[in-house]
Design a protein around this ligand. Structure first.
Ligand code: AMP
Ligand code: GLY
Length: 423
């Protein structure tokens, strides 16, 4: 069958790398893709939110399955666009409906969903500019640090964690009254701060049954020791040592099952990935966020650990055999280290020539922000390349990722040298 993947990051390269290995994959296209996806499929220059262009391409190339990488097209309703179109109806689109995508697209929606279905999460209230004063009162009732979340998508920047009450009030006002994050912050969720270590759990569902994928931990801050600005993610490890079988069973019982059941009860169509961001508070998992897609760079460690044919699993979602499929996982530890452009996540330069990719033999090189220009590969984004390695343990895997990180070079290259330090 012919497959189309939407997106252009390390996550999409990891998907493409895996799907290209499937015996049922005929032609694989990635829109728009990057220099890495071009090695395993064909990049096509289509904008991922241009549903009409995607439709034309899907029909012309006889695409049977579309896998959506990032959240944007999902929140914009690409699932519904396919379902409501006579010609596209029969094509399998992996991703939730527009309503399902609100689990990521609206923090307030996600919180209401969790409370409605008894899913453990932080206490919260939502505010608009019309009840700003109540927002101040609510902040006063909490203890520092204060967690303020823009309701809508804000390119990963919409969460503020502040230690000072006065500052928290100012920021609340800036978000609600001065549209600090545009319309994304016309509603703000204020929630209780949860203290603990973070963990990401991934589920693949056909809306009825589900499979739990390997768990992972990512490192979001730019600086070592988890300091400095938030990024898309600087590295990841899978599995996470404290998330043993018993812990994951608890997560399944308290969070995953009620989430899938909740979607069904609420009549929300959902087939695709659910990324559950958790904080482990003294052994108790609590949800800090849902994402309606896989994580990046978590995908770069989770997908390589899956032994089963991913396309076969995705096909099961379409033909109703998903629950019968096996999910086999590699035992070894996978780590990934992200090479980023100097200056990221603030302003950085693009177009730097990348050398040494061919020298890497011990890691899988997943391209994120790269672009092919003739014979050369150049940087085209903040996060440039993720280096994924396997090992008997985390230390062995990381050693390989770091050796590979030294082999690849481009002007301004930076990476964190302490991935996994807290595990
Ligand atoms: P989110 O976009 O909701 O995942 O938030 C971004 C980051 O803020 C998370 O990865 C956490 O590190 C942190 N965070 C979010 N909510 C809380 C919370 N209630 N308590 C502590 N940290 C939080
Ligand atoms: N690595 C976090 C995310 O994909 O949102």
């Amino acid at each position: 069958m012919n497959v189309l993947i939407l997106g252009s990051g390390g996550r999409e390269h990891a998907f493409a790398w895996k799907i290209a290995k499937s015996s049922s994959c005929n032609q694989l296209f990635i829109a728009p893709g990057n220099s890495g996806t071009a090695q395993v499929g064909i990049n096509i220059n289509i904008e991922i939110n241009n549903f009409q262009s995607i439709k034309e391409f899907v029909l012309t190339e006889n695409i049977e399955l579309v896998l959506v990488g990032p959240e944007d097209p999902l929140v914009n309703g690409i699932y519904n666009f396919f379902k409501e179109d006579k010609e596209l109806k029969g094509i399998s689109l992996i991703g939730p409906s527009k309503e399902g995508a609100l689990l990521e697209g609206s923090k307030q929606f996600a919180k209401e969903f969790m409370f409605r279905h008894d899913i453990p999460t932080a206490r919260y209230r939502a505010f608009t500019k019309d009840n700003l004063a109540e927002g101040y009162n609510f902040l006063e009732s909490l203890e520092a640090p204060y967690v303020l979340k823009a309701d809508g998508l804000a390119a990963g920047k919409g969460v503020l964690i502040l230690n000072d009450l006065q500052k928290a009030k100012e920021e609340l006002k800036a978000m609600l009254k001065d549209a600090k994050f545009g319309s994304a912050s016309s509603t703000v969720v204020i929630e209780e701060f949860l203290e603990g270590i973070e963990l990401s759990v991934f589920v693949l569902t056909d809306g009825d049954s589900y499979k739990i994928l390997p768990s992972a931990k990512d490192y979001k801050r730019i600086g070592e020791g988890n300091t400095g600005l938030n990024t898309g993610g600087m590295g990841a490890v899978s599995p996470v040592p404290f998330a043993d079988r018993f812990y994951i069973e608890k997560v399944e019982r308290e969070i995953i099952k009620p989430t899938i059941e909740g979607l069904k009860k609420d009549n929300i169509e959902y087939n695709g990935f659910i990324f559950i961001g958790l904080i482990n508070v003294k052994g108790e998992p609590k949800v800090i966020e849902y994402n309606v897609r896989m994580g990046d760079p978590e995908t770069e460690v989770v997908i390589p650990r899956i032994k089963s044919d991913l396309l076969n699993l995705l096909n099961g979602i379409k033909d109703g055999t998903f629950s019968e499929k096996d999910l086999e996982i590699r035992e070894e530890v996978a780590t990934t280290v992200m090479l980023v452009s100097g200056g990221y996540p603030e302003t950085y330069e693009k177009g730097k020539e990348i050398s040494g990719i061919k020298e890497v033999s011990e890691s899988i090189v997943f391209h994120a922000g790269t672009k092919q220009e003739g014979e050369t590969v150049k940087t085209s984004g903040g996060r440039v390349i993720a280096l994924t390695s396997f090992g008997e343990n985390m230390k062995d895997a990381l050693k390989k990722s770091y050796e590979s990180a030294e082999k690849i070079d481009f002007e301004g290259k930076y990476f964190r040298k302490d991935i996994g330090f807290d595990l």
